[in-house]
Design a protein around this ligand. Structure first.
Ligand SMILES: *Cc1c(COP(=O)(O)O)cnc(C)c1O
Length: 223
């Protein structure tokens, strides 16, 4: 299947109020161009350098999403270049984002990444620390929290659904609490293999890479 066919197959499954992010990590701008021509404007990258390079080369009306783990020492490179940082997962990172964005007098829109599967190897904040991070966000002047993001552990449909349900409950619960600088608008969950389930459970932002662009080379090498 071509990139064009893949997108045309996915789009009808996605409501208008859901944002489809084309995860373009490791892909060439030529491949991305095909997705762009199909109307996609939200692109996700997991590495700062790749995002910055592509944002300079690619169409200017694209909304860039940083979806990978963000190291504090790299924040300075993305200020003003990303639409949404989806991977806020520590106070240290929050303070760095606040510092760098205030220097440029810009607002950073962020999602808090939750380590919903409690996986040691994964980034994301532990659930128990979520409220305290939100309280820290309340004191920021240049950071706005727009919602939550998660990457769930590999598992069966049943297990996946349970994680998505859990995230949705947390998301809705936070909506009822009023934190300054925090609006629970975006629930970013669901990737190529599980986005339909995620949508059924209330996701409104899905991040799809291989489902659009085909298998990633480096993953084939690892296997
Ligand atoms: C790579 C990646 C995706 C997309 O994964 P696919 O399986 O290619 O759809 C989504 N979210 C994050 C955070 C990623 O790093």
């Amino acid at each position: 299947m071509s990139i064009k066919d893949n997108i045309q197959k996915i789009l009808p499954k996605i409501n208008k109020d859901v944002t489809l992010i084309a995860v373009s990590k490791t892909r060439s701008v030529e491949e991305m161009e095909i997705a762009y021509r199909e109307g996609l404007r939200d692109f996700g990258e997991n590495k700062v350098q790749e995002l910055v390079n592509k944002s300079e080369e690619f169409h200017k009306d694209v909304r860039w999403h940083l979806i990978g783990h963000l190291q504090t020492n790299k924040v300075k490179y993305i200020v003003g270049k990303v639409h949404l940082i989806q991977s806020l997962d520590s106070e240290k990172l929050l303070h760095e984002i606040e510092k760098r964005y205030s220097q440029k007098n810009l607002i950073a829109n962020v999602l808090i990444e939750v380590n919903i599967g409690k996986e040691e190897s994964k980034s994301g904040i532990d659930l128990v620390d979520l409220d305290s991070l939100l309280e820290k966000c309340e004191t920021c002047k240049n950071v706005r929290v727009k919602g939550l993001m998660c990457i769930i552990p590999k598992g069966s449909d049943k297990e996946n659904r349970a994680y998505f349900k859990k995230m949705k409950i947390i998301f809705e619960n936070l909506k009822t609490k009023k934190f300054n600088n925090v609006s629970m608008d975006i629930l970013s969950m669901g990737m190529s293999g599980d986005y339909e389930l995620a949508l059924e459970e209330g996701s409104n932002m899905v991040r799809i890479g291989q489902g659009i662009f085909g298998p990633r080379n480096y993953e084939r090498e690892v296997k």
